[in-house]
Design a protein around this ligand. Structure first.
Ligand code: C2E
Ligand code: MG
Ligand code: MG
Ligand code: MG
Length: 278
């Protein structure tokens, strides 16, 4: 009886593993087709606001993918598959080029320049062509380097510590801004904060969610802001969903706010329309 149960469990485990593999293969195939000339990939832009005066200061580009059979594939799933099969490199360049093109086009309508933030994954930073490709894209799309911000997670930084450091210094010398995304959720070595030319820390959504009620979250936010400002870095809070959270984060000295309380990620046309009223 026990043996039978064990056997069944084993069969179910294999079946679900197989199902996951089949899905990843389907995603890989579909993604390859998209990159060879499909129309399912898009970027949405989530507005970023200055905590000081509520001014619009830029947007974060976020991948969106709708596929005929697969439906909406979340960026985390798409990126994870793309990382495993190597498609992250062409996908990453598509994201970077599209974001720089959109940002180049949206300049000049607003009272001040609006920066675009782009997420970069581990294998992209490790690609020997990365630096050159970024420079090519900025030149081709006519976007000033200081209007591009690159977001890297702590994990991405740790996986590329040696080769990545040179690339990051060069990017920074060119004027590109560098930010650490989801700060506080990765490996907590603080060495790279001094060694790398970072401009910004983005407080992870998990520390914002329970503000201002939860003491633990309050202490972490206070500590991250003190650390960042001590190192002359700006602080963005992500995942701000309520005005109460926003108020608390402003009080604590956060520089930029991002979240559903202000605006959700939106198509570029909508972001351009929003600029008129902010
Ligand atoms: P992220 O870079 O930390 O981006 C912020 C995520 O939080 C986005 O999820 C955004 O839609 C969501 N968000 C923003 N405000 C709120 C809020 O108030 N409440 C809640 N609950 N969520 C909020 P999204 O678009 O699903 O992206 C998830 C992650 O996927 C991103 O996290 C990033 O790590 C990755 N990603 C997205 N686009 C790209 C890309 O083009 N390249 C790479 N390498 N990664 C990407
Ligand atoms: Mg990000
Ligand atoms: Mg983030
Ligand atoms: Mg996050």
């Amino acid at each position: 009886r026990a043996k039978e149960l064990g056997k069944n469990r084993c069969v179910r485990f294999d079946a679900s593993m197989n199902q996951a593999m089949v899905r990843r293969q389907a995603i890989e195939q579909a993604l390859r087709a998209e990159l060879e000339g499909g129309h399912g990939l898009a970027l949405h832009y989530q507005p970023l606001f200055s905590a000081r005066d509520n001014a619009l200061v830029g947007a974060e580009a976020l991948l969106r993918w709708t596929h005929a059979e697969l439906g909406n594939v979340s960026p985390l799933e798409a990126i994870s598959v793309a990382e495993d099969c190597g498609l992250i490199v062409p996908l990453g360049y598509w994201v970077l080029r599209t974001a720089c093109r959109d940002a180049s086009r949206w300049q000049g309508r607003h009272a001040h320049p609006l920066r675009v933030a782009v997420n970069i994954s581990a294998r992209q930073l490790g690609d020997p062509q990365f630096l050159e490709q970024v420079m090519d894209i900025l030149r081709a799309e006519k976007l000033p380097a200081d209007l591009l911000e690159i977001e890297l997670t702590e994990t991405v930084l740790m996986e590329n510590m040696e080769a990545g450091a040179y690339t990051l210094h060069r990017l920074s010398q060119l004027g590109i801004h560098l930010a650490i995304d989801d700060f506080g959720t990765g490996y907590s070595s603080l060495a790279y904060l001094r060694q790398l030319p970072m401009r910004r820390l983005k407080i992870d959504r998990s520390f914002v969610r329970d503000l201002p009620a939860q003491e633990h979250s309050r202490k972490i936010v206070t500590a991250i802001v003190a650390l960042a400002h001590g190192l002359e870095l700006e602080v963005t809070a992500e995942g701000v969903e309520t005005l109460e959270q926003a108020e608390y984060l402003v009080e604590q000295g956060c520089d930029v706010l991002q979240g559903y309380a202000f605006a959700r990620p939106m198509p570029v046309q909508q972001f351009v329309e929003l600029q008129a009223s902010h």
